[in-house]
Design a protein around this ligand. Structure first.
Ligand SMILES: Nc1nc2c(c(=O)[nH]1)N[C@H]1C(S)=C(S)[C@@H](COP(=O)(O)O)O[C@H]1N2
Ligand SMILES: [Mo]
Length: 347
């Protein structure tokens, strides 16, 4: 008699796992630079891939349980790698789910940061595990109706379960971040990306420079700054919190008009006293703010006094603190991808 249980060919399960991990890791990485509401689908894709992975991984682990037991007894190295990979994958999925459910952990990192690190390590170990392993599923197995239906079932389950988490989990933004200290002046988390920790900036000796493709360089002393422009914007850190505020400062567009932008200028780079720096396309930069105050209170040192970039719909790591130079350029400075990771190291 035929079993009526849905039966997925193991090659199909393996390929689904690979596809799921690829989608989850790619969407997870791209999500780190995504902050506008139009990017919300990326986070849905990430969660959906995650939940489908839970289903496929459970199926796979159930099927290989005998092989693992045998392998452990013979102390096989390949099996050890597979077991390690399973533990990593389970940990990556579990930390993702726990984050959605609102769990917090003690220590320097949020659960979301731990989840990201586990995800990347899992993908790397998976590549090693895959050498000489993947078999292309035959046409015949793929064409089997029952296989196709159970496969679709698992994927749909993932999508549905992810949609349902809105009801289950704690309040989060579409990026996954939780609210912290909105509209309360400087009382929101202070976050450095890697190692920045400058001494407090002395407004007597500090000045703001505007250079690059401009008609005239500017050098502005702190007390001459006109900081009456205001923007409401939400800072969303990739470590998993967000904070919404009214920011007061100078409009970058006004600054650029004062300096006179030359033909061919495409990017505006904001440089910190620490070497940390980030660029925005010039049209977007014009609308950004260099904030001196938050909700009417002077920025504290931790939040970037005397000036910090406020870049609406950009993730927090792009909101450069302790800005001392605005540089107008033709090309994007790719070295800033390195600079944000190494600024402040070795000081
Ligand atoms: N110079 C500099 N600017 C920086 C950072 C940094 O490490 N150095 N961290 C960024 C990150 S990761 C975030 S989330 C925000 C945090 O701003 P806050 O500390 O005012 O909350 O600042 C950004 N600006
Ligand atoms: Mo951040």
């Amino acid at each position: 008699m035929h079993s009526v249980r849905p039966r997925l060919p193991s090659a199909l399960v393996d390929w689904s796992l690979l596809l799921g991990v690829a989608l989850a890791v790619a969407s997870g990485l791209v999500s780190l630079v995504s902050g506008s509401p139009g990017d919300a689908w990326l986070f849905v894709l990430h969660g959906g891939a995650g939940v489908s992975l839970v289903a496929f991984l459970a199926l796979k682990l159930w099927r290989v349980r005998h092989r693992v037991r045998a392998g452990v007894q013979t102390r096989s190295g390949t099996v050890a790698l597979s077991v390690g990979l399973s533990l990593l994958a389970v940990a990556a999925l579990a930390t993702g789910i726990l984050w959605v459910l609102g769990t917090s952990i003690p220590g320097p990192w949020t659960l979301l940061v731990v989840h990201g690190a586990l995800g990347v390590v899992t993908a790397a170990v998976l590549l090693v595990h895959l050498r000489d392993r993947l078999a292309i599923p035959s046409r015949a197995t793929l064409g089997e109706r029952r296989a196709a239906l159970s496969w679709l079932g698992l994927v749909t389950l993932g999508a549905a379960a992810y949609r349902a988490n809105d009801a289950l989990g704690t309040e989060r933004r579409f990026t996954g971040s939780r609210e912290a200290g909105s509209d309360a002046g400087n009382r929101f988390p202070v976050t450095m990306w890697v190692a920045d920790d400058p001494a407090p900036v002395d407004p007597e000796t500090w000045s703001l420079t505007v250079t690059g493709l401009v008609d005239r360089d500017l050098e502005l002393a702190y007390e001459t700054l006109d900081t009456e422009a205001e923007t409401r914007a939400l800072l969303d850190c990739t470590s998993g919190w967000y904070s919404d505020h009214d920011w007061q400062g100078l409009r970058v567009g006004d600054l650029l008009d004062a300096a006179g932008v030359q033909e061919g200028a495409r990017w505006v780079q904001f440089r910190s006293v620490t070497g940390y720096r980030w660029s925005l396309p010039i049209a977007e930069a014009r609308g950004a703010l260099l904030a001196a105050r938050v909700d009417g209170d002077r920025l504290t040192h931790g939040h970037g006094f005397p000036l910090r970039l406020v870049a609406p719909e950009r993730r927090g790591f792009q909101w450069v603190k302790w800005v001392e130079e605005v540089r107008v350029t033709r090309r994007r400075d790719r070295s800033e991808w390195i600079a944000i990771h190494v600024s402040g190291l070795g000081e």
